[in-house]
Design a binder for this molecule. Structure first.
Ligand SMILES: Cc1cc2nc3c(=O)[nH]c(=O)nc-3n(C[C@H](O)[C@H](O)[C@H](O)COP(=O)(O)OP(=O)(O)OC[C@H]3O[C@@H](n4cnc5c(N)ncnc54)[C@H](O)[C@@H]3O)c2cc1C
Length: 297
């Protein structure tokens, strides 16, 4: 496993999800064949979460490893499982060497936008999951945060209250839903700090390669999409190569502006496109170097 060593104090993590179809698998394998330093830098997590457990949703790897780096993180949700089943999964992760979980409630089985029904014997919310895990394990626990509020939260106050519950239950870090308007993120962090939330709130960055799809997805997540972004992708519907260049440029600009505001950590929703996230990190000043792999069976 490799890391990104950099002259600036940035910390980045990259999220991959387990490929669900043969086509996605082929693409994921392509990710791993990404040439040169991109491959070295972005074999992050190694898509290994898929082999770790069938309940694995996604995984991410922070880089560069620092003194307290807990290594690859596996995402764990409460969906359709009893507390015991989830605890068993957590135990399996622990035994395979995973020390960092992203603890989530997860989306309703019937799809985003439908009502969420907790499993009768399960954890109802992410805060319950964090509390349950914290009692038994010493994982680093990251949780979600929604700068534009979770669609079911009802209000910003409810959103901040929920994040506070998760942190009070033992979460050590929050990662945000993706957003495109930095001012929204900065206001959210300010509100969280005012509510006494002191853990890092890492911005989730999503490079946009398919604008139409992103706009649909953003609408479901409650993420606003600036009109300027529509203009940047206008006329590129049949031109994937240029879309990619535009995507990297826009995301890098978003990150550098956040860095100007003092942000030092970034989480990339790679959508299994490591090359794009790599290019953005390169613009940020990160450079690939080789380091020892963390021990994972
Ligand atoms: C960084 C990140 C990574 C993600 N990774 C995945 C993944 O790998 N797999 C996946 O399926 N999904 C993933 N998601 C999506 C996430 O599962 C959905 O957004 C889901 O709908 C909510 O999960 P949560 O952990 O945010 O829930 P929670 O924090 O539990 O919140 C869910 C909703 O319940 C409300 N709520 C919480 N507690 C209470 C309470 N006590 N009383 C009343 N209402 C309450 C909240 O306000 C919110 O509206 C991710 C999201 C983020 C931001």
């Amino acid at each position: 496993v490799s890391s990104l060593a950099l002259p600036v104090p940035f910390q980045v993590s990259f999220e991959f999800f387990p490929p669900k179809t043969e086509e996605m698998e082929a693409h994921a394998l392509d990710v791993r064949r990404t040439p040169g330093p991109a491959r070295a830098a972005l074999r992050v997590g190694d898509l290994r979460c898929r082999r770790l457990h069938p309940r694995a949703h996604a995984c991410h790897r922070a880089s560069p490893p620092h003194r307290d780096d807990p290594g690859p993180a596996a995402h764990l949700t409460c969906v359709s499982a009893t507390r015991d089943e989830i605890d068993d999964v957590a135990r399996e992760y622990w035994e395979t060497g995973v020390r960092h979980l992203v603890a989530l409630r997860g989306d309703p089985v019937a799809g985003v936008g439908t009502a969420y029904e907790p499993h009768p014997g399960g954890y109802a919310y992410a805060s319950d999951l964090v509390e349950g895990l914290r009692k038994v394990f010493d994982f680093e626990l990251s949780v979600s945060a929604y700068p534009e509020t979770h669609p079911a939260a009802g209000s910003m106050q409810a959103e901040i209250d929920n994040l506070k519950r998760k942190v009070d239950a033992g979460a050590t870090r929050a990662i945000t839903q993706f957003f495109f308007d930095n001012a929204i993120y900065l206001r959210y962090v300010e509100k969280a700090r005012a509510a006494g939330i002191t853990v890092p709130i890492v911005p989730g960055i999503m490079p946009v390669t398919n604008f139409a799809q992103t706009r649909r997805f953003a609408a479901m997540c409650g993420t606003s999409v600036p009109e300027s972004m529509a203009r940047h992708f206008e006329g590129l519907e049949e031109d994937a190569d240029t879309r990619k260049l535009v995507a990297a440029t826009l995301a890098a600009e978003q990150c550098t502006k956040l860095a100007d505001e003092g942000v030092e950590d970034f989480h990339f929703y790679t959508l299994n496109r490591a090359d794009l996230a790599y290019a953005i990190c390169h613009i940020l000043g990160l450079r690939a170097t080789r380091t020892a792999a963390p021990a994972i069976a």
